[in-house]
Write a protein that binds this ligand. Structure first.
Ligand SMILES: [Zn+2]
Length: 215
């Protein structure tokens, strides 16, 4: 006779396995830890609180428990410069590098046609809406930095975005982070100096008639 896992425990492990970075073995270890250490009630209470209070910032799409997140509410930041990142982790890394004093828009990852993740699935509609709204309010953005990673999917996302921005806003100044970033490395895991240099050395990827910052 073989030992069979409790179906409910199996369900818990399967759910934990859906978390990126957790394979079957680590999911099983995490599940056993929660049960053995009696952490389930605390985790349940916390998850309920997170579920009830965390929502997307209507401006930048990050998670916040306030109406508008702290970054968007910060009036010392430039209102006309917008940096598009792939994740909250990327946003935090860029901000920690102190190289960016503008606004952010956080996408939900990168384009991945194989997994069926198209522009809408990663939140590009929300980004275009933000740009449209800013324009309608008379506070149009002057520059959008496409800060996706230099990975195949990050490149594909950047190319799509650059083309879409150029088509919708022909006079927008569109830049991409400098190539100092190591190939294949995710922004979140890049050291802060390299990241800061990439922001300072960002290059234009669309050339338009209006060049606000260039003399
Ligand atoms: Zn925000």
């Amino acid at each position: 006779m073989t030992i069979r896992l409790s179906p409910l425990l199996g369900e818990l492990i399967a759910e934990l396995e859906r978390i990126p970075g957790l394979g079957p073995r680590s999911a099983q270890r995490a599940a056993m830890h929660l049960l053995r250490e009696g952490r389930v009630p605390a985790l349940r209470a916390l998850l309920d609180k997170v579920d009830a209070n965390l929502h997307r910032c209507p401006l930048c799409n990050t998670f916040t428990e306030k109406e508008i997140c702290d970054v968007c509410a910060d009036e010392t930041r430039s209102p006309v410069h917008l940096c598009v990142v792939e994740s909250v982790g990327d946003q935090m890394a860029l901000d920690a590098s102190l190289s960016w004093g503008g606004q952010y828009y956080v996408l939900d990852g990168r384009l991945n046609p194989i997994e069926g993740r198209g522009p809408e699935a990663i939140g590009m509609g929300g980004l275009f809406e933000r740009l449209r709204k800013a324009e309608a309010d008379g506070k149009a953005f002057q520059e959008v930095v496409v800060a996706t990673s230099y990975t195949p999917e990050g490149d594909a996302t950047a190319y799509y975005l650059i083309e879409a921005l150029g088509r919708r806003w022909p006079s927008l100044h569109v830049t991409r982070l400098a190539r100092g970033l190591p190939s294949g490395l995710e922004i979140e895991y890049t050291d802060l100096n390299t990241l800061a240099n990439a922001v300072y050395g960002r290059r234009r990827v669309l050339r338009n008639d209006k060049t606000p910052d260039e003399s």
